[in-house]
Design a protein around this ligand. Structure first.
Ligand code: IPE
Ligand code: IPE
Ligand code: MG
Length: 256
C-alpha cells in the first residue's frame, strides 16, 4: 500500500490505532453464496488475513489480534475443524521464513493444550523463532475463549497467593491483566467484527472494556486494506473519553 493511497483516504498516520483486534467472521456465508464449500471460504479467509497483516505493517499498527478459532468452534463438524486447523498449520510452516524476514512476531493466545500435538509443535516453534522480532506483533487467538482466559487467570492468582508470592491486596485490575494470555500487551484500541453480527462471541472480554467497536456487514474474505483504512478513519473521528467529560478531554486531563 502506497503512502499516496493512504493520504488520499485522509488517514492521519500519527493517530493509527496501536492495537487492532478482529473477529474474522463470515467465511462460511461467503462460500455458501458462491456455491463453494465452507472450507473454501476459510481458505479465502486466510488470504484476507494476510492482506490485513500487510496493511497493518504499512500503516504502522503495532499489535494485531486475530480471532482465528474459538473454544466454541470445536463443536463444529470435525471435517471443518480439521481443515481450519490444518490450513493454519500449513500456512505457518510454509511462511516461517518470510515472517522472520518481515520481522513479524507471532504470539498465540488460547488453550494450546486443546490442539493436536503436531499443530502445537508448529505453533511453539513459530513463537520461539519469531518471539523476539521487533515488527508487527500478530496475536493469534486459537482455541480461545474470554471466560476461560479469565478463569485461568484467577486460578494462577490463587496459586500465587497460596505460595505467598503476592498478597490478596496486591490484586488490582492492572495486576490481574498480567495473568491473562495477553500479559503485558496493552488493550485493543479498535475491535472490528465483520459479517454483520453484532456480538462479541467470547472474545477478549476483559481487554475490550474501553475499546472502540467497528461493525461491518462485509464478509471476512471480502475485507481488505480499503476497509481497514475506513475503520481506522472512523476510529480517528471518535472521542475516547474513558468516563471523563468531553471538556475535560479537550483540556487534556486524561493524560494527567
Ligand atoms: C469465521 O467464519 C471463521 C471461524 C469462525 C473459524 P465462519 O466460519 O464463522 O463463517 P459464517 O459465520 O458461518 O459465515
Ligand atoms: C467468532 O465467530 C469466532 C471466530 C471468528 C474465530 P463465530 O462464527 O464462531 O461466532 P458466533 O457463533 O456467530 O457467535
Ligand atoms: Mg461465524
Amino acid at each position: 500500500m502506497s503512502i499516496q493511497e493512504i493520504n488520499e483516504k485522509r488517514l492521519d498516520l500519527k493517530k493509527v490505532p496501536y492495537h487492532i483486534a478482529i473477529v474474522m467472521d463470515g467465511n462460511g456465508r461467503w462460500a455458501q453464496r458462491r456455491g463453494l464449500s465452507r472450507i473454501e471460504g476459510h481458505q479465502r479467509g486466510l488470504e484476507a488475513a494476510q492482506t490485513v497483516v500487510e496493511a497493518c505493517e504499512a500503516l504502522g499498527v503495532k499489535i494485531l489480534t486475530l480471532y482465528a478459532f474459538s473454544k466454541e468452534n470445536w463443536r463444529r463438524p470435525k471435517r471443518e475443524v480439521n481443515a481450519l486447523i490444518g490450513l493454519l498449520q500449513e500456512y505457518l510452516k510454509e511462511r516461517q521464513k518470510e515472517l522472520l524476514e518481515r520481522d513479524i512476531c507471532i504470539n498465540i493466545i488460547g488453550d494450546l493444550d486443546d490442539l493436536p500435538t503436531s499443530v502445537r509443535d508448529t505453533l511453539v516453534e513459530t513463537v520461539e523463532k519469531t518471539g523476539r522480532k521487533k515488527g508487527l506483533i500478530v496475536n493469534l487467538a486459537l482455541s480461545y475463549g474470554g471466560r476461560s482466559e479469565i478463569v485461568a487467570a484467577v486460578k494462577k492468582l490463587i496459586d500465587e497467593v497460596e505460595a505467598r508470592r503476592i498478597t490478596k491486596d496486591e490484586i488490582t485490575p492492572e495486576s490481574f491483566s498480567r495473568y491473562l494470555f495477553t500479559g503485558n500487551l496493552p488493550d485493543p484500541d479498535l475491535l472490528i467484527r465483520t459479517s454483520g453480527e453484532l456480538r462479541i462471541s467470547n472474545f477478549l472480554l476483559w481487554q475490550i472494556a474501553y475499546t472502540e467497536l467497528y461493525f461491518t456487514t462485509t464478509l471476512w474474505p471480502d475485507f481488505g486494506k480499503e476497509e481497514l483504512i475506513n475503520a481506522c478513519i472512523e476510529y480517528q473521528n471518535r472521542e475516547r473519553r474513558f468516563g471523563l467529560t468531553a471538556s475535560q478531554i479537550r483540556k487534556g486531563e486524561l493524560s494527567q
